[in-house]
Design a protein around this ligand. Structure first.
Ligand SMILES: Cc1cc2nc3c(=O)[nH]c(=O)nc-3n(C[C@H](O)[C@H](O)[C@H](O)COP(=O)(O)O)c2cc1C
Length: 333
């Protein structure tokens, strides 16, 4: 069968093969794309979508509160929109013990306390909305942002897995000290221990230390404001599409390299390096820019950027509470 396929490949001109692959790839991708479109148009599960939007918004405020230098009055538009979401969530009668709802209210409270502590009054629209939320829900307490010493943060970095796992947080504050290349290579070697499909190991890593290149990447990535510029190193994780065979393996790059990224984050934590994943959910133009900048071959897809650096003596991390296992699990016994 394999031989026959090779013979056909040789006999058929490349442009025709290209058209055939494009046709079958488009059909297969349409199957996935339609599900996304259906979700956007027909899925009336507003509770799920409110949960998503509450989480995205409160996380922006969490991040703002834990920045190296939080800016007084930061995030006005997001705070107002989060207050409105809290009101509309409650008006719809959804459960008040929902983790995102509780955390949203809690983060708004922290935002207010932060500004009181620095004796800064947010503008009147924000102050009024905040007061209303806190009057309505005075008793909802979520997880506070954590202020830690570097010693405490890494205290469990060499402990048994459960403790280790619970001690890793995204770090968005870095000190100036350089991370030596051999340490990064050791972390990448550890990440290579991740499982991969048929052991095909599609992940590739681009280590970026050049100030010019870091700045260019951070300038087109949309989630590093306020801390990205402190990163000593950016790790750009890509995945080789040449390691996949046919279109049915279309998700394997992001899946395999996603697993690789998780091990890499753990390896960095083990080596007492602070790290933060930076999404690469970008439009075409940004993707083309990073390819040009780092000479990323056409057969690699960019999966994630990780900012990293040694940490200062004291810093804050966003608490980012998790939904418990029993809420995300179905049993088929
Ligand atoms: C794929 C992915 C993309 C992310 N992108 C960003 C980003 O652009 N900026 C950022 O500050 N954090 C980003 N994060 C970090 C998440 O905000 C963080 O992992 C989440 O809040 C859980 O917190 P934890 O990592 O501290 O456990 C990203 C995480 C993942 C997995």
């Amino acid at each position: 069968m394999g031989q026959l396929r090779e013979k056909i490949k040789k006999a058929v001109p490349a442009w025709l093969m290209y058209c055939y692959y494009l046709y079958s790839a488009t059909r297969t991708y349409m199957y996935d794309i339609r599900r996304r479109v259906r979700d956007k148009v027909y899925n009336a599960n507003t509770e799920d979508k409110l949960f998503r939007d509450l989480t995205v918004a409160y996380h922006i405020i969490e991040k703002g509160l834990t920045m190296p230098e939080p800016r007084p009055g930061f995030g006005k538009a997001v705070v107002l929109s989060l207050c409105n979401m809290v009101f509309s969530y409650d008006k719809k009668g959804y459960p008040r013990d929902n983790i995102s709802f509780v955390q949203a209210v809690s983060v708004l409270h922290e935002y207010q306390l932060f500004h009181k502590a620095i004796e800064y009054t947010p503008d009147s629209e924000v102050s009024t909305a905040l007061s209303r939320v806190l009057e309505m829900f005075p008793d909802l307490k979520g997880e506070k942002q954590l202020r830690l010493s570097s010693k405490d943060f890494f205290a469990n970095a060499d402990q048994p897995f459960d403790k280790f796992c619970r001690s890793r947080y995204s770090v968005r504050h870095y000190a100036g000290k350089d991370i030596p290349l051999p340490v990064l290579y050791e972390c990448i070697d550890l990440a290579q221990r991740s499982p991969s499909f048929c052991n095909r190991q599609p992940s590739r890593v681009h280590i970026v230390k050049s100030a010019r290149k870091k700045q260019a990447i951070l300038g087109i990535q949309n989630g590093n404001r306020g801390f990205g510029h402190l990163a000593n190193t950016l790790l750009v994780i890509t995945s080789s599409v040449s390691m996949t065979k046919d279109i049915h393996e279309r998700h394997e790059n992001h899946l395999n390299s996603g697993m690789f990224c998780m091990t890499l984050l753990n390896a960095l934590h083990f080596h007492k390096i602070g790290a933060c994943s930076l999404n690469w959910s970008v439009a075409r133009q940004q993707d083309i820019s990073i390819r040009k900048l780092l000479h990323i071959p056409d057969n690699e897809v960019v999966v994630l950027v990780i900012s990293c650096g040694y940490v200062p003596d004291h810093f804050s991390v966003a608490s980012s509470p998790r939904i418990s296992a029993n809420k995300i699990t179905s049993e088929h016994l």
